[in-house]
Design a protein around this ligand. Structure first.
Ligand code: DX5
Ligand code: ZN
Length: 224
């Protein structure tokens, strides 16, 4: 069995008690905190920035996975690194210089990743595999929680998995494959079979009354 990681998106948490919401999902068995940053420019919604990252940092030892849906990308990277982010990912369309942005993230001591919208081709991976720690495939169009999983993403996951496995066989270096959008208890097993190892779930976890029951149910599906 590969290692599977569950990453609740705090986009669907109760922001009036965000610190507790972070602690509660980790206590319920989650692995990573997924942190969605939207700027009302690259995507049509506005969420949270480095100040909130800094505020929740003392609440947990878990990795904070910052998903940047902002344009431009570069000038906000050091702010998130200082705020305690562990992983920073961005959309290639939002950066003029993808290689430079990836390098900047690593220079700041964070793991770096690229995010692919449903219609963004994987060829952006061609010359940057050495600079990546994570590949994030969007299974919805970015901007909002609670959308439906786009089934075509499964083929793309298989293709990304093939590229990663080939790269790992050659270099011995691991790259995580994360999926984001519409992940639920009833589709997580199929998504895992297509190659994902890290699962973002916002509404599927935070909109249920018992986080542990939901995360346990996800793990049971993953163990099948
Ligand atoms: C969408 C965000 C996702 C979102 C996922 O732009 O990147 O992380 O919060 O929410 P669910 O799991 O509800 O689809
Ligand atoms: Zn996200």
């Amino acid at each position: 069995q590969p290692t599977f990681r569950i990453a609740p998106s705090i986009l669907s948490a109760n922001f009036a008690k965000l610190g507790e919401e972070v602690q509660n999902v980790i206590a319920a068995g989650a692995d990573i905190i997924h942190f969605d940053v939207m700027d009302n420019h690259y995507v049509p919604n506005l969420t949270i920035g480095p100040m909130i990252c800094e505020a929740i940092r003392p609440c947990t030892d878990a990795l904070i996975d910052v998903h940047l849906m902002v344009k431009p990308v570069d000038r906000i990277i050091p702010d998130f690194a200082k705020a305690g982010a562990n992983i920073i990912t961005f959309h290639p369309e939002a950066s003029e210089h993808i290689d430079r942005s990836l390098g900047l993230i690593r220079e700041q001591g964070c793991k770096a990743g690229l995010v692919f919208n449903p219609a963004t081709p994987l060829h952006y991976l061609d010359h940057v595999m050495d600079k990546l720690d994570m590949i994030l495939l969007m299974s919805v169009n970015p901007g909002f929680g609670g959308q439906k999983f786009i089934p075509g993403t499964l083929d793309k996951l298989r293709e990304a998995r093939r590229r990663i496995d080939e790269y790992t066989a050659k270099t011995g270096r691991e790259i995580w494959l994360e999926i984001d959008g519409g992940v639920k208890v009833d589709n997580i097993a199929e998504i895992a079979r297509a190659g994902a190892d890290t699962f973002v779930a916002g509404s599927a976890i935070y909109n249920t009354p018992d986080y542990k029951a939901t995360i346990d149910a996800m793990r049971a599906e993953l163990a099948k």
